[in-house]
Design a protein around this ligand. Structure first.
Ligand SMILES: [Fe+2]
Length: 294
C-alpha cells in the first residue's frame, strides 16, 4: 500500500496510511514521516497494536530518545515504565489509577494546560510519540494547536515585540497556575527555570512559530505581572479553535507531534478509569538560547 497522508482538521494534523509502525522502517518510510512532520506537525497512526519494544524501535528509527528522568513526582522506586518512556498514564506501579488526591496525580494535571513537552529542559524535546494502551469511557481527548499559524496571525507590531523575547520555563510555573505550589527544596532545585526563545524558526521549512507553553512563567527583563499578562494574551490567541485539532483516542492509536511547532493538552476524563498512555520522546538538537550560568 503506498504511503498517504490525509489531513484531519486544520492544516496541522494528518492520518498516515501505508506504514506498519510495528516493523522496521525503510529509509523511504523514515523520510516520508519526517516530511509529513515538517508539513503537518501532527501525524496519526490509527489502531497500531505495538508493544514497548516496537514503540522504542519505531522511535529510535526517527531520532535519539530523550529519557524521562526526575520530571515528575514519582520516586525512583515508583516508576511503572523504564525511563525510555514518559509515563503519562494515571496509573501507579501496580497499574491502579491514582487516588483523586494523590500528589502524583495532581501534579500530572498540569498536562491539561496547553504546553510543549520538555520546554522546561535546557534542550527541549523535538517529537513526542504517544501510544494508547487503554482508553477511558469518555473525555481524555488530546488537543493540538498550531504555533506556526498562531505566529502568522500576529500583527506586525506584536511580531516585532516577540522577536527578541526570552522566557523562563519551569514546571513550578505551570503547577502554580493550578494552585499546586508546595514543593520540597530538592524538587524546586530540580525544576529550576530554563530559558527559551519565544519565536522559533523551523530548521527545514524556515517557518516561524510561537514557542509557548504553560511552563513559561517569566520574560527576561520584564516585570512578572506584565510578562504573564502578555503570555496569557498570546496563549489565548494561539489556541483559538481554528488552529486546533482534537484527537479522540481509539485503542492502539499512536500520535506523534513536533513540540517545536505545536502545543497540546489533554482534556478531563474520569479519575477512576485507567488511561494507559505511553510516551516516547525524541531529543531536540540543542538549547534555543544560551542558558544563564547555574
Ligand atoms: Fe505533554
Amino acid at each position: 500500500m503506498p504511503i498517504s497522508f490525509r489531513q484531519v482538521g486544520p492544516c496541522l494534523a494528518a492520518e498516515v496510511e501505508g506504514i506498519d509502525i510495528g516493523k522496521p522502517l525503510t529509509p523511504t518510510e523514515v523520510a516520508a514521516i519526517h516530511g509529513g512532520m515538517d508539513k503537518y506537525a501532527v501525524l496519526v497512526f490509527r489502531r497500531q497494536p505495538i508493544d514497548d519494544e516496537q514503540q522504542l524501535a519505531f522511535t529510535r528509527s526517527l531520532g535519539e530518545i530523550e529519557e524521562a528522568i526526575a520530571t515528575g513526582l514519582r520516586k525512583p522506586n515508583e516508576y511503572r515504565l523504564p525511563t525510555t518512556f514518559a509515563d503519562v498514564s494515571n496509573l501507579d506501579k501496580d497499574n491502579k489509577p491514582f487516588a483523586r488526591d494523590d500528589r502524583r496525580r495532581l501534579f500530572s494535571l498540569g498536562n491539561r494546560l496547553w504546553h510543549s513537552d520538555s520546554s522546561f529542559k535546557a534542550t527541549p524535546a523535538k517529537y513526542s510519540l504517544l501510544h494508547s494502551r487503554s482508553i477511558v469511557s469518555k473525555g481524555g481527548n488530546t488537543e493540538f494547536a498550531d504555533m506556526r499559524a498562531a505566529y502568522d496571525a500576529l500583527d506586525e507590531e506584536t511580531k516585532a515585540v516577540c522577536k527578541d523575547i526570552v522566557c523562563e520555563h519551569s514546571q513550578i510555573y505551570s503547577r502554580a497556575v493550578l494552585g499546586f505550589t508546595e514543593f520540597t527544596d530538592e524538587v524546586r532545585r530540580r525544576m529550576a527555570p530554563v530559558r527559551q526563545c519565544l519565536v522559533r524558526t523551523h530548521p527545514t521549512t524556515g517557518r516561524k512559530s510561537l514557542y509557548l507553553s504553560s511552563h513559561a512563567g517569566a520574560i527576561i527583563g520584564w516585570p512578572v505581572p506584565e510578562a504573564r499578562d502578555f503570555l496569557r494574551d498570546l496563549n489565548e490567541a494561539a489556541t483559538q479553535r481554528e488552529f486546533v485539532y482534537s484527537h479522540k483516542w481509539q485503542l492502539g492509536d499512536l500520535v506523534m507531534w513536533d513540540n517545536r511547532q505545536t502545543m497540546h493538552r489533554v482534556r478531563p476524563f474520569p479519575s477512576n478509569e485507567a488511561r494507559d498512555m505511553r510516551r516516547t520522546t525524541i531529543a531536540g538538537d540543542g538549547p534555543t538560547v544560551a542558558q544563564a550560568a547555574a
